[in-house]
Design a protein. Structure first.
Length: 630
């Protein structure tokens, strides 16, 4: 499989774009004419630059408003084509993309267009060049790949073929199975893009909101399955017009793009084993059966504060590491580690971010295979020297440079706690508060990073995204989207802050980057947990009484329940399937906090309607600590 990306997809000048594209592992580029026109160098120099990066120019585009023109425009478009053929020869590419005509002068008629393409094919053939025809979703006469294919078929010229673009086909909801009947060798090129489902004008949607396959809502994998069934084995090329990507990091966007193609190809290989499509093998998406542990990096003094907070939450200190300064805290199935080592990864994480989560351990079926898949998709492996008596636990880098370790039951990794930790009886341990598991973790990041991590999680793990919700912070919007598996054993919320005055934005700024901002523990009885917490000296986040008056108006709760919520500072939500109860700790440091939740029935969400009131309460609490007043 060859991969390519259109130069419009990323930011920078041509030289920056090429460097980023090459280092992400692409084989080729689509040169967008404007990127060439803006470049101060000859076509031959561009061709050499591309070659020097180990890339090829897979395609030159776009050639607009060609087919079906009346005279005198028709003669002029052929002259224009010859000029662009000259340019292509100098650049060193043999394929031109002709997109369907949008000119008001253009005349319809399949045969007229086919005759024009036949004539263009003759001219291209003289120079050893080829032309491909793409139906733009908003083309004046041709806006459907089935019509474009009929024109190519009737043009009946070996140098004229079809170009498919998933966006144009899927945006118009054209049945992708119509692609299966097209001979693969008549498809000259395939462009791929996804997009979030937004009801808007097709052209505007296409030019501003496309994103990488797997980042949006379009069935790009179904499209690609149909393409693979044709026997097409040419490049898969990303053509992503996206306002955010145009201003983003060319390197990061290129890496995401390359990952998206590998992930897509892997899905297609599994779904269409008979296709001739040649793609690298990798283990399947990884099922996660739970969060094995979460590790905090801290110094000794802050470890004491954090330990005191855990104590009030009902955690007991149950173990210490055989040779390192690592303390294990447990309650129910939850394992938390506080790492106060003076060297190694956790220590460097502490130096950069202060006390924060530096490592997340996930339970998987095969830890080594998990890292194999992650690496195949371009994730960064993580290793550090293993001390005597310690296990080598497979790991990769995750959000904000943090580590994700993988633990499986098929190897000795399952016994890591017995092997590496000495158990200690915490005699003065607090009363258990009924916390059973980690329900979810919230990772806070810049808004622009959300698609990166969405793709990271969903390509490596058997997870899916939930719809994006807007959370209103008094200082701006925070967007929140959950990544979860079907069984609910892995739930991660990605929270994207648009500015640093929000509670989430403040956390990123002070923490020097993206990280876990909160952990939510599950209980089976929120009221019993709430009183046990109070017994332990826990002080819940104080919620405004106004919230409870509104709750009563919205849900008509009985008086007793409402009173218990109010006195316990417990937030409440309900959906078709069940109920949700939330209780918060005050925030710690620059905005880290704990949450305790109970899900009753099949409640699916995360209490988004309550987030605004929770944030307001947290900001009231933080103000004396230097949070800008908003
Ligand atoms: O938006 C456009 O004009 C445009 C141009 C070329 C393409 O390949 C495309 O998909 C869209
Ligand atoms: Mg296109």
């Amino acid at each position: 499989m060859k991969t390519a990306i259109a130069t419009v997809s990323i930011s920078g000048d041509l030289a920056e774009k090429l460097a980023a594209i090459a280092s992400a592992g692409f084989d080729g580029i689509e040169i967008f004419e404007n990127d060439f026109l803006a470049f101060d160098g000859t076509p031959a120099e561009v061709g050499r630059m591309v070659q020097d990066h180990g890339l090829e120019i897979s395609l030159f585009q776009p050639f607009r408003d060609f087919e079906g023109m009346p005279e005198p425009q028709r003669s002029r478009t052929f002259d224009r084509a010859e000029r662009k053929f000259d340019l292509m020869e100098e650049l060193g590419t043999d394929l031109m993309l002709v997109c369907s005509n949008v000119s008001p002068f253009s005349l319809g008629g399949i045969d007229r267009a086919a005759a024009d393409f036949h004539a263009l094919g003759e001219r291209a053939a003289k120079r050893g060049l080829r032309v491909g025809y793409e139906a733009l979703a908003w083309g004046r006469h041709i806006s459907d790949h089935r019509d474009a294919w009929e024109i190519v078929r009737r043009a009946d010229h070996p140098n004229v073929g079809l170009i498919l673009d998933s966006f144009h086909t899927l945006a118009r909801k054209i049945d992708v199975n119509s692609i299966r009947a097209i001979p693969g060798n008549r498809i000259f090129f395939v462009q791929l893009a996804d997009a979030p489902m937004i009801d808007m004008d097709l052209l505007y949607w296409s030019r501003h909101f496309r994103n990488m396959p797997g980042e949006g809502d379009l069935p790009v994998a179904d499209f690609m399955r149909a393409v693979s069934a044709t026997g097409y084995d040419g490049p898969l090329s990303l053509e992503i017009f996206n306002d955010q990507f145009r201003g983003g990091s060319p390197k990061a966007i290129s890496i995401d793009g390359h990952r998206s193609l590998l992930y897509l190809a892997d899905q297609v290989r599994r779904a269409e084993p008979a296709s001739s499509f040649h793609v690298p093998e990798m283990p399947d998406r990884v099922a996660v059966s739970g969060i094995e542990f979460v590790e905090f990096a801290a110094d000794e003094r802050e470890a004491e504060d954090l330990g005191a907070m855990l104590h009030t939450l009902g955690f007991k200190r149950t173990g210490r590491h055989i040779s390192k300064d690592l303390a294990l805290w447990q309650q129910g199935d939850i394992k938390l580690v506080i790492n106060t080592e003076r060297e190694g990864f956790a220590h460097s994480s502490y130096l950069v971010h202060g006390t924060s989560v530096c490592d997340i351990g996930l339970k998987v079926e095969d830890a080594a295979a998990t890292v194999t898949r992650a690496r195949a998709l371009g994730a960064e492996p993580f290793e550090q020297p293993v001390g005597p008596g310690e296990l080598k636990i497979p790991a990769i880098r995750g959000v904000g440079g943090g580590i994700m370790h993988f633990i499986d039951a098929k190897t000795e990794l399952a016994n890591v706690w017995d092997i590496e930790f000495l158990s200690m009886a915490d005699m003065q341990g607090p009363a258990d508060c009924g916390l059973t598991a980690i329900d979810h973790m919230g990772q806070t990041m810049r808004h622009e990073e959300m698609l990166t991590w969405l793709l990271f999680y969903n390509s490596i793990f058997a997870t899916h995204k939930t719809p994006m919700v807007d959370v209103v912070d008094p200082a701006g919007l925070v967007r929140s989207q959950a990544i979860e598996n079907d069984s609910g054993t892995l739930r991660i919320t990605l929270n994207g802050a648009e500015n640093r005055r929000t509670f989430a934005g403040h956390f990123i700024a002070e923490n020097f980057g993206s990280a876990v901002q909160h952990m939510a523990f599950a209980t089976n009885d929120i009221f019993a947990t709430a009183s046990a917490l109070i017994q332990n000296g826990f002080k819940p986040l104080i919620i405004s009484p106004n919230y409870y008056d509104d709750l009563d108006a919205r849900f008509g709760l009985d008086d007793d329940m409402l009173e218990r919520l109010r006195t316990g500072h417990i937030l409440y939500d309900r959906d078709e399937d069940g109920e949700y109860f939330q209780l918060y700790s005050p925030s710690y440091g620059e905005g880290f906090f704990f949450e305790i939740i109970e899900r009753r029935g099949g409640y699916k969400g995360y209490g988004a309607p309550n987030a605004q009131f929770r944030i307001a309460a947290q900001k009231r609490f933080m103000r004396p600590m230097g949070m800008p007043k908003v």
